[in-house]
Design a protein around this ligand. Structure first.
Ligand SMILES: *Cc1c(COP(=O)(O)O)cnc(C)c1O
Length: 397
């Protein structure tokens, strides 16, 4: 997945272009910048690539999720439904707004189960946030239908799935708002950065103002701008956008390499009847950022994960035992460890986490191994790796 693996002259030229003109801020300084607008250029590229009307770059993927929710009016006391399998950023972004994350089970797509989403809806539910984990998606038509039926906002965290699609639509462009991350380990990197995409003009204007202190961005005199509402600073810098601009031009190349490497490993692992793969819904096309497969049980998955590490099969994760991506290890959330006081409403809203079990998700995550697909491998390396993986798995089965 990581764009940083293939990194060089193009990125350097873009960054030097910014340094040579001296304006590192994305807004204003019109006279000084001599027509250099890297952030605007990257927004235009993303708009084109993701077939969306509006793009707002921000400082990170986590900021993108918060800004997306805020732009659609999600705030204090609102409930946002999200999966138990994601990155910790998902609930951070919700809680930053004083809203309540309502965690629900995933299914064999490794994304939220539409039935679990529907069962979690209360009068306080405002939004459903799907996470397109490890480059693939859930049953988006079913999830969209639930959102339509209950008049809920659909937000897509597509931070790990840039380049994937569903019935021809790019992941991120299906819901009311979509979020991307361009941190250092994502398919396209800016170093740090993120984007909110939407077809809703009002949400876009909100995102534009909110991510820059509420400034209205009208006219050329920044000091004369007014503030229709309160905002924060989630701006991206021109230096970061410059890196992203070089990378986005290579997205197709990166995706092609990912798919090729993924396919070699998958075809090789397919020789083992006990190995099954995550379900990709009909009409779905993965970004091929990860290859996710299931082993028969937890014990075998643990053993395989251990042996992969011992034998140098790097970048494979057993998320059941991983501290970052699955609820089982999110003690700081379930026991609510905060640096500062949290509202009693949010505290009460999170009480369910102390007792709720997620047996259905456990049954998938316990058996799942997720292998990052790297861009820098040679064909020889991919083939050797695949053969090594088969050997290890066969030994353990
Ligand atoms: C990386 C990631 C984020 C957060 O992105 P940052 O740019 O690191 O803040 C959010 N959600 C998912 C699923 C991610 O993988």
């Amino acid at each position: 997945m990581p764009g940083f693996e293939l990194f060089g002259e193009l990125e350097r030229a873009q960054v030097n272009d910014v340094l040579d003109n001296g304006v590192l801020m994305r807004y204003g300084f019109d006279g000084m910048r001599k027509g250099h607008w890297k952030s605007k250029e990257l927004e235009a590229e993303l708009q084109e690539s993701f077939k969306t009307n509006h793009v707002q770059l921000v400082s990170s993927g986590t900021a993108a999720v918060s800004v997306a929710l805020a732009s659609a009016g999600v705030g204090a006391g609102d409930e946002v439904i999200m999966p138990v399998f994601t990155f910790v950023a998902s609930f951070e972004a919700i809680m930053m707004l004083g809203a309540i994350p309502v965690l629900v089970d995933i299914d064999d797509t490794l994304a939220v189960d539409p039935k679990a989403v529907e069962a979690a809806i209360t009068p306080k539910t405002k939004a459903v946030m799907v996470v397109q984990m490890c480059g693939s998606m859930g049953d988006m038509n079913a999830i969209q239908a639930v959102c339509d039926r209950y008049n809920l906002l659909l937000v897509e965290d597509a931070c790990q799935a840039i380049g994937g699609s569903y019935h021809g639509k790019p992941l991120g462009s299906i819901g009311d708002l979509g979020c991307f991350s361009f941190d250092f380990v994502k398919t396209i990197t800016c170093g740090e950065g993120g984007a909110v995409i939407t077809n809703n003009k009002e949400y876009y204007i909100h995102a534009d103002h909110y991510s820059d202190h509420g400034h209205d961005h009208i006219g050329n005199d920044r000091g004369a701008e007014t503030h229709p509402f309160l905002g924060y600073n989630f701006r991206i810098s021109e230096l970061h956008a410059a890196v992203g601009l070089a990378q986005i031009k290579r997205l197709h190349e990166f995706l092609g390499i990912q798919k090729k490497n993924y396919t070699i490993i998958r075809n090789t692992l397919s020789q083992i009847p006990e190995v099954t793969f995550r379900t990709v819904p009909e009409g779905g096309e993965e970004s091929y950022a990860f290859l996710n497969f299931f082993l028969p049980d937890l014990k075998k998955a643990r053993k395989v994960s251990e042996m992969f590490k011992q034998h140098g099969v790097d970048a494979c994760f057993h998320y059941y035992d991983n501290n970052w991506h699955y609820i089982r290890k999110w003690d700081h959330l379930t026991n609510l460890k905060s640096l500062f006081p949290i509202s009693s409403e949010v505290k009460k809203g999170l009480d369910y986490l102390k007792t709720k079990e997620f047996a259905q998700s456990d049954s998938y995550i316990a058996r799942n191994i997720s292998c990052l697909i790297k861009l820098s491998w040679t064909e020889e390396e991919v083939k050797e790796r695949a053969i090594k993986m088969v050997k290890i798995i066969n030994e353990i089965l």
